[in-house]
Design a protein around this ligand. Structure first.
Ligand SMILES: C[S@@+](CC[C@H](N)C(=O)[O-])C[C@H]1O[C@@H](n2cnc3c(N)ncnc32)[C@H](O)[C@@H]1O
Length: 176
C-alpha cells in the first residue's frame, strides 16, 4: 500500500524557503511563501488538521512572540503533529549570549531583542517597516527553560545542541 507523503511545515520561513515543506510566514512580500498566516493572531489549527503533520521546523521564530503567545503556538505545534511527529526549533541562547565575554554589548542587544526597526545593512527587507513586530524578539530562553516549556506542553525526547549563539531543540510527540 502506498504511504501518503509526509507533511512538513516550515513556520516563520522568511527567506529560508524549503522544497517539500509548506512554507508559512506572516509577511506577504517574501520572494516565496506558500501560506501567509499571522501565527500570533490566527490559529494554525484553522489551516491544518490536528494530528496530521509529520515535522514542524521553526527556526529563529518562537522568540518573536510574547511568552503567552509562544506557549499557545507550541501547544498548537503539539496538537498538529501526528503521534511520533517531530518539532525542531532554533533560537537564541539567552544564557550563552549573556555570559559571553567576547560579544560586544551592541551585538548582545541585537541578538537578544532582534533588529526591530533598525535597518540591518543594504539587503534589509523593506518589510521591516511594514511589519516591525515580526522583527522584534519578545522573550528569551535557555536550553533548560525551553526543555521545561516543551515538557509542560507534553513533548518527549527533548534534545538540545548549541549552534553559535543559538541552540537547536528537537522534541517528539510520543505517547508514554
Ligand atoms: C528571523 S526570521 C527567520 C526566518 C527563517 N526561519 C530563517 O531561519 O532564516 C523570523 C521570521 O518569522 C516571521 N514571523 C515572526 N513573527 C511571526 C508571526 N507572528 N506570524 C508569522 N510569521 C512571523 C517573520 O516575518 C520572519 O520571516
Amino acid at each position: 500500500m502506498l504511504r501518503p507523503d509526509p507533511i512538513l511545515l516550515n513556520v516563520g520561513c522568511g527567506n529560508d524557503y524549503r522544497e517539500g515543506f509548506i512554507n508559512i510566514d506572516g509577511r506577504d512580500d517574501l520572494p516565496r511563501v506558500d501560506r501567509v498566516i499571522h501565527v500570533s493572531q490566527e490559529s494554525l489549527l484553522t489551516y491544518f488538521k490536528a494530528g496530521t503533520i509529520d515535522f514542524i521546523l521553526a527556526n529563529d521564530f518562537i522568540e518573536h512572540h510574547f511568552h503567552w503567545e509562544a506557549v499557545r503556538i507550541m501547544k498548537e505545534f503539539f496538537t498538529l503533529l501526528k503521534p511520533g511527529g517531530i518539532l525542531e526549533m532554533r533560537l537564541p541562547d539567552f544564557e550563552q549570549i549573556c555570559s559571553s565575554t567576547d560579544l560586544p554589548m551592541e551585538k548582545k542587544i541585537n541578538l537578544l531583542f532582534g533588529g526591530q526597526d533598525i535597518p540591518q545593512g543594504e539587503a534589509d527587507p523593506s518589510s521591516r517597516k511594514r511589519f516591525p513586530e515580526f522583527f522584534c524578539h519578545k522573550y528569551a530562553y535557555t536550553p533548560n527553560t525551553m526543555r521545561q516549556e516543551l515538557e509542560a506542553v507534553g513533548f518527549k525526547e527533548i534534545v538540545t545542541r548549541p549552534e553559535g549563539t543559538n541552540f537547536v531543540v528537537t522534541a517528539s510527540k510520543r505517547s508514554g
